[in-house]
Write a protein that binds this ligand. Structure first.
Ligand SMILES: CC(C)(COP(=O)(O)OP(=O)(O)OC[C@H]1O[C@@H](n2cnc3c(N)ncnc32)[C@H](O)[C@@H]1OP(=O)(O)O)[C@@H](O)C(=O)NCCC(=O)NCCS
Length: 201
């Protein structure tokens, strides 16, 4: 179980541009006093909730995506409403969306989220996106690994589910590496498979 420490987003040592706490941050989940806002640490990354001031960084990444990149976290020009919605969901506990920030720069690489599955108690759906210039460096593997830990340790998730197009090789390789298992015959559509990692899986 990772350590949980009091840590407010606007506290001293948090950069105003990116909201990133200083370099001494341990690889753990840090919660605000009310238990809502948190930073999830990974080796090279920090994951924190989206904030209004992220709109420019995220907008630039999404606008730079090519037409082949169909699996964007939101449509071009919709970043502001996506951030607003993420904040609403964070407050209601319906979903937790995180910005992926490289610790050393700090550069925004992408986003990932956990969404409560209303139809299956204890299940959370996981989603992730890394902008093309930062792919194939195992950043997303690292981010999802941290989210898995967060989901099981802090959200008491029973299982994590990912719906993945059968041709999405990077996503499938990532999930296999992190011990997700294919659930036969349960995908959203014939060309989409369901991958799952149970709490003790
Ligand atoms: C899927 C995605 C998040 C992977 O991000 P990433 O940072 O490149 O992932 P990683 O570097 O951690 O690599 C994960 C695995 O995919 C493999 N991989 C990455 N890109 C690949 C490619 N183009 N072809 C084949 N394998 C690839 C990596 O080698 C790694 O596998 P390994 O650990 O067995 O070597 C990224 O491609 C993306 O954002 N795609 C668009 C959104 C998306 O598809 N989201 C998932 C929806 S289900």
């Amino acid at each position: 179980m990772p350590a949980i420490e009091a840590n407010r987003p606007q506290s001293a040592g948090v950069s105003s541009r990116s909201g990133i706490p200083g370099p001494a941050l341990p690889p753990a989940a840090l919660f605000s006093g009310d238990g809502a806002w948190c930073v999830v640490g990974a080796k090279r990354l920090l994951l924190r909730p989206l904030m209004a001031e992220d709109a420019d960084d995220l907008g630039r990444l999404i606008d730079a995506a090519t037409d082949e990149d169909r699996l964007l976290p939101c449509a071009r020009g919709q970043v502001g409403s996506w951030i607003d919605e993420a904040e609403r969901h964070r407050r209601s506990g319906e979903a937790h969306t995180f910005l992926l920030i490289r610790r050393k720069d700090p550069v925004v690489l992408g986003a990932a989220n956990l969404r409560r599955d209303e139809d299956h108690a204890g299940h959370w759906q996981i989603g992730y996106w890394v902008a093309a210039p930062y792919r194939r460096q195992r950043y997303c593997t690292e981010a999802v690994e941290a989210l898995v830990r967060f989901a099981f340790d802090e959200l008491a998730a029973a299982a994590l589910d990912a719906s993945v197009p059968v041709l999405n090789t990077p996503s499938i390789r990532l999930l296999k590496r992190l011990r997700f298992r294919a659930v036969p015959g349960v995908g959203d559509a014939p060309d989409v498979g369901l991958w799952q990692r149970a709490r003790r899986g």
